[in-house]
Each structure stands twice: as C-alpha cells, then as structure tokens.
Ligand binder design. Structure first.
Ligand SMILES: N[C@@H](CCC(=O)N[C@@H](CS)C(=O)NCC(=O)O)C(=O)O
Length: 214
C-alpha cells in the first residue's frame, strides 16, 4: 500500500491526506515526530534524502516529495483534477502562488505563535512581518473568491486543496480572518464537502515512525 509520511498539525501534510479522504483512496499514514527530529534520522533519510514531510512512498518503491505534486498523483482519475489544459496551467499558477505568497508566511507565524509559542518569545517583529505578507496574499485570494465559487470556477478540486492547507489555519497564525469574508465562506464550503476530514484527523489512524536505535 502507498505510505504517506506526515507530521501532526502540518498544513502541507494535510493536503495529500485530504485528497485521500475525498477520493476514498486507502493510504497508510506514518507520523514522523519533527520536534524529536526523527526526519533527520538515518532511517528517514534513507527513505527521503531531503528529510522533509509530507513524503509519499509509492507501491513500486518510488517516492514523491512536495505536497502539491502529490495532489496531482493522488487525484488521478478523480473529479478533483482540472479537466482542460488551461485549467491545469491555472491550477499550477495558484499552487506556485500558495508556496511563495502564503505558506512561507502563514506557516512560520503559526509555528511560533501557536504550535511552539515558547520559541516565538522575543520574535514579535518577525511574526508581525510574516502576518503582513500573508495578509497581502490572502487579499488576492479573497478578491478572487469574491468572483469565483471555488479557485477554478464552479468546480472544487486540487487547486482548492492546495490553497486550503494553510489558509484555513490563518487564525492560528494570529491573522484576523474576518478581514477576508470570501475566504471564510469558501472555507465553510470546503469543510461541508462529503468525505471532508479536519486536520485533527491527520494522525488519528497514523502509525508512529520508528527511527533506528541511537
Ligand atoms: N514545499 C514543501 C514544504 C514541506 C515542509 O515545509 N515540510 C516541513 C513540515 S510542514 C518539514 O518537513 N520541515 C522539516 C525540515 O525542513 O527540516 C511541501 O509543500 O511539501
């Protein structure tokens, strides 16, 4: 069976997990403890030399890194994939936007203010700068969603999942999401889709990653 290596609470890891929930695809989930630095263990590096999660190990032994790349693979054959070449290009456009204008700012602001606030002590200026940059990206998504039900028109798909991964966690990054009403309405729509599972379920059925003995 395919194996998805994830870590608890990660918006990037949530994306391929959500595709598997929405398509009913059966995948083994393995929880790698990043705070215990298991992603730098010899055992994990022998699976993924890049030492990052999410990482998708296929049945033939090949592996795929990068959450958004996994969405394309896991959604193959489902209605979540964009149908036309123009929509596929547009989907990639939003996926690159997500990785350059949203995730790099929402993720560290959330980590230091919500997940490990002890590490955020004395770093208020940095966190505020990330929040400001994230809000600039969120404004663009909000303007887009004012005119479009989903990221690519009327049809929900992997482009929404890519954006949803971190955007629905914006409040945990200390961002006032009320400033983005179209984004909030879209989040509610995604959360009410049949098969939707919240981030809290990511590691619910996961087996723990076991590193080599020290
Ligand atoms: N662009 C990558 C980002 C992956 C990423 O940032 N993973 C984090 C956890 S969310 C990680 O593995 N951090 C450990 C490290 O980089 O050492 C993706 O979308 O999959």
């Amino acid at each position: 069976m395919e194996k998805l290596f994830v870590t608890r609470g990660s918006g990037n890891c949530f994306k391929p997990f959500l595709v598997s929930c929405l398509t009913g695809r059966n995948i083994d989930i393995v929880n790698v403890d990043l705070l215990a630095v298991h992603h730098r263990s010899r055992t994990f590096l022998s699976i993924n030399p890049l030492g990052r999660v999410p990482y998708l190990l296929l049945e033939d032994g090949d592996g795929i890194g990068e959450s958004n790349a996994m969405l394309w693979l896991l959604a193959e054959g489902s209605k979540l994939l964009p149908g036309t070449v123009k929509d596929r290009a547009r989907s990639l456009q939003w996926m690159f936007f997500e990785q350059t204008r949203l995730e790099p700012f929402i993720s560290p602001a959330r980590f230091l203010s919500h997940i490990a606030p002890d590490r955020g002590a004395g770093r208020g200026d940095e966190i505020a700068a990330w929040q400001g940059k994230a809000m600039a990206g969120l404004r663009i998504v909000n303007d887009h969603l004012q005119k479009s039900r989903f990221m690519l028109g009327d049809t929900f798909g992997i482009t929404d999942i890519a954006i949803f991964g971190y955007v629905h966690l914006g409040h945990e990054a200390g961002i006032d999401m009320a400033a983005f009403p179209a984004v909030l309405a879209w989040i509610e729509q995604v959360q009410s889709l049949p098969g939707f599972q919240p981030l809290s379920m990511l590691c619910e059925r996961a087996s723990p990653f076991v590193r080599e003995a020290a």
